[in-house]
Design a protein around this ligand. Structure first.
Ligand code: ATP
Length: 545
């Protein structure tokens, strides 16, 4: 599948629109249309149900070290600025960017790569902002253009070394920027904090600056004591939150994959320090399986453990769940979710103040001091340790954090669902059919009800069935146009079942049920439609749960 086909379908059928489109759009912001809102809601609801509400705290789930409880929170987007100072985001949540003085374009420093090439006595580092094979092909094109050579003379170029990231090039005077015609147009790299700033209140001084949260996690940490004190949860337990996060990404791209406003689904799982490695493994595997069960099976999905160099400043172990999105180069994967072992880093930071490692790369965490020897950012001073009334021990719990993006998950489900085949139309001619093979739990509409024709009392019966289904499943009624076209419209938005009222219905009270994927059709008594659908949608037959 080409990404353009999916993007076009999303717009045509109302899954996704560019934000503020009538004003030319706003880069990095996306609106969910009438079908998209249902898809994303289904993703969120599947996550909440599977992770939180259906979690049985009396039973040990397969692979888990013990029973555990789950509960939820919904915290504010704007929090006390000290939260971000102690969490490390204020100082450390940045990317490096470079600007091109010629094209006025801005790039993420680490995402520009290029190759040295020599021709006619000059040696130039030609760059691209694309990755993988496409980036390499782009560099070749640009080198030919720069030296005013035709494609047939490409062997006159002498390449020196493989594709290399720009940060590895010390002198940029011979660098050809991705959109430039002259050399040496890139500025020095500059740090850019990804948190959006805002101002609280009318006075608007520096002390009133606040930030839109770049992750939902911190709301859970700062409420840890509130949850323990207001409920009867006992360690091990997890707190889940779904909500908007904001990052001022330097170059948002790849549809909704990298947006500036997006939704996260995060769990902070609190456990005894000595059990945390087992819980880490449990959550890593459990979260991976969740995507598999909802249809992302196959070699486009993978679980990848980070190596030591990649680990975040707080983490003792991280794995990413990744998907081979079609907009990425062959063999590349994009992150859907990170599962991190965060140790006691976050709770300690909010108690003591911002932490740093005493000795890099893996010394113990200590409070960072300023020039006067005082904590650089003071913590809350509140005791966020936990008293275990069974073992009579007090400790700061360790945390496992599965952190997923609802938009990236929805996009991966859309990409995976996109299918094409050939089916005969009403006249028996083979025609391309596009269909979205969503897992029924994710499909925006579960069933469409049609009268075969708009006469002989068929619409009345179809409407009656529709009315019976509607309170229980998301249903759609359509009586316009040829029935074959109506089927195709439903296939294209991923509706798993269609019900048609036809001539035979009027005689024996049965209707036709049609399966989107197999195109099987079978007859069911009209009063049994709901039960039949519910059984099939709940996965009793062809879909795993
Ligand atoms: P990336 O390396 O792709 O920027 P990240 O490692 O910074 O992602 P995390 O901080 O681990 O991401 O955030 C957890 C999840 O939130 C990600 O796995 C992703 O699903 C989602 N997410 C993060 N940034 C964005 C974004 N800009 N747009 C959409 N989703 C995002």
């Amino acid at each position: 599948m080409q990404m353009e086909q999916l993007v076009a379908l999303c717009k045509r059928r109302g899954f996704l629109f560019q934000s503020s489109e009538i004003y030319g759009g706003l880069n990095g912001f996306w609106d969910y249309g009438p079908l998209g809102v249902e898809l994303k809601r289904n993703v969120r609801e599947a996550w909440w149900r599977d992770m939180v509400t259906s979690q049985d705290e009396l039973d040990v789930p397969p692979g888990a070290p013990s029973t555990y409880e789950m509960t939820g929170l919904d915290c504010t987007i704007i929090m006390h600025p000290q939260v971000w100072k102690c969490s490390g985001h204020y100082d450390m949540f940045h990317d490096f960017m470079v600007d091109c003085r010629e094209s006025n374009k801005r790039y993420r420093y680490d995402q520009v790569a290029g190759r040295w090439v020599e021709y006619d006595g000059s040696r130039v580092f030609v760059t691209s902002y694309q990755s993988g094979d496409e980036g390499a092909a782009d560099v070749q094109q640009k080198a030919l253009k720069f030296f005013k050579l035709r494609a047939k003379h490409k062997e006159r170029l002498q390449w020196d070394g493989p594709m290399t990231p720009l940060p590895e090039i010390e002198d940029t005077s011979q660098v050809l920027a991705p959109d430039a015609k002259q050399l040496g147009t890139l500025t020095e790299p500059r740090e850019f904090n990804l948190m959006f700033k805002t101002t609280i209140g009318a006075l608007g001084g520096e002390q009133d600056t606040a930030f839109l949260r770049p992750e939902t996690a911190q709301g859970i940490f700062v409420n840890f004591k509130n949850v323990v004190d207001s409920t009867r949860v006992k360690i091990p337990f997890g707190v889940a939150q779904i909500g908007k996060s904001f990052r001022n990404e330097i170059t948002p791209r790849n549809f909704t994959f990298r947006s500036r406003e997006f939704e996260q689904m995060e769990i902070e799982f609190f456990c005894r320090p000595d059990t945390s490695p087992q819980w880490y493994t449990y959550w890593r595997d459990r979260r991976y399986q969740w995507y598999v069960d909802l249809g992302l099976a196959g070699d486009r999905l993978r679980l990848r453990d980070h190596d030591a160099a990649e680990l975040s400043h707080y983490s003792c172990g991280t794995a990413d769940i990744e998907y081979a999105f079609p907009f990425l180069a062959e063999g590349e994967f994009g992150e859907l979710e990170g599962v991190a072992h965060r140790g006691d880093f976050d709770l300690r930071s909010h108690m003591e103040g911002k932490l740093v490692r005493e000795h890099e790369p893996d010394g113990p965490f200590v409070v960072e001091l300023n020039e006067e020897g005082q904590p650089k950012y003071r913590g809350s001073g509140k005791d966020l340790s936990y008293f275990d009334d069974q073992t009579r021990e007090t400790y700061v719990p360790h945390v496992i954090e599965p952190s997923a993006g609802a938009d990236r998950a929805a996009l991966a489900f859309l990409c995976e669902a996109y299918q094409e085949d050939e089916q005969p139309d009403e006249k028996g001619k083979l025609k391309k059919r596009v269909f979205l093979k969503f897992h029924p739990r994710l499909a925006p509409i579960k069933v469409a009800v049609f009268p075969l024709v708009r006469k002989d009392g068929m619409p009345e019966v179809a409407r009656e069935i529709y009315g019976e289904l509607k309170p229980h499943v998301s249903a759609f009624y359509d009586e316009k146009g040829a029935v074959g076209r109506r089927y195709r419209r439903q296939d294209e938005i991923g509706t798993p079942f269609c019900i048609t009222v036809d001539g035979q219905t009027l005689q024996d009270g049965t209707v036709t049920l049609r399966n989107r994927d197999t195109l099987d059709q079978w007859r069911v008594k009209k009063e049994d439609c709901l039960a039949e659908l519910q059984e099939r949608l709940s996965g009793a037959s062809e879909y795993p749960q």
